[in-house]
Write a protein of this length. Sequence first.
Length: 477
Amino acid sequence: MDNAIVFQGLGVILALFFIFLTYMNTKTWRWLHVTASFFVFGAAVAFVVYASLTLKTRNAWLEFHDKTAAALDAELEKQELLAHGDPADILGKTPSVNSAREELARVLLDRGRVWRECTPTINADGTATISTTPPAAGIDPAAPAAAAAPKKHNIEAKTVLHVFKEGPSADGLYKVPMAYLGEFVVTGVGPDSVTVQPAISLLPEMIADIQRVDGTWVLYESAPPDGHDAFEGLDAAQITAMIPKPASVSQADYDKLIASYVKDGQRADDSDSPDEVWMKVKFVRTHTMVVDAPTASGALSGSPYDTEGMAIVPHLRAGKEVEFEPGSEGVFDTATAQQLIDDGIAEKIEPIYQRRLNDYEGGFELAARKAKMLADTIANMQRDIDTIAAATAKADEQIAQLDSVKTKLTADLAKVAYERDELGKYQVSLTTQLNKTRADLSRLYLSNKELNRQLVEINNSLQQEVDRRTKEATASR
């Protein structure tokens, strides 16, 4: 501020001195020279002013350039740090875009692709046509839709999809899967829709949920995987709200299930199963471990790890041996942790309870198969019951008919017995009459025999008399 006043004072003095000299020169100069000198002085003053302003502007821009360049270098360094992390951070603890991308890849690795807020339409042939374009919020469904290019879903025919019914979350901010509808296979593909049919036999409850179209569906290319991080830090009340108690599960089993989620990642005790107890250790000296499988695979056709726990897919592969520095901590299975402790590489900190993860895809398929087998068994048993009931009714009808026949036969038997008795009496009477008749016939036979003898005698006597008379007649001639 003081320098500016000094320069302004010197400028005023110089202007006054120039005016004085010009006035003194008017006695010897012509008016043209005086006027030109005055204009030259004014132009010089203007030039000085503009030159000083230019110098000031240049200095300001140079200062701004230096600050901006320094800020740019700092931002570039920060951008590089955010993009790739700290090169000096060997353990990779500094968050960065690459680390977040790798973490996101790890989270999405087993999940596959997901299509949310899909609108289903049930067809008469048992299939379903699913629109993969979410309904626009705040638009009247009855209003004509504006023509827009549908977003490609990239679903191919014969793709197997796991379908869930969606519902609002507890806070109502977004939709979450609420009910498992089953495993479906894609039979037809459209620009913004697919046609699916059940890939496995569905239960009556699933069929009822499917036919009751009261919301949107979410399609999963792979069944949602289980994990430890999703429930980390949640208490029993929060987990109970996320996993309601099914009616078919007892209260004791349900409490045990919730307790396993709450205790996951905490210190284990003697009541825990050995298969669910891991060991947290602290490395006392540098140690390297191989975490990559010998052969990598870009396709997720099964587990991302081999039978020894080595990473197969590229997103999980470290590309080199993992080095643990002294003081680093890690959680390993009991056998690996004990080997590290026995080798003097690490020291034991505490046992950790690790909840056994669920294979949802295999569980869904197994439950569906068992439920279908149970439904078929119930249907067969019901059919047998109906057959036995029909046979029993037929047998009861036959028994009633046989009872009626028996009653009639009993009456007939009584009549037959009566007739038998009467016939017995009649037989006795006939036998008496027969004996009497036989006696009479015997007497008659004897009488006839006697009469026959007498007849023979008479006949012989008459024959002799005839012969005698015949001879006498012949002799008298």
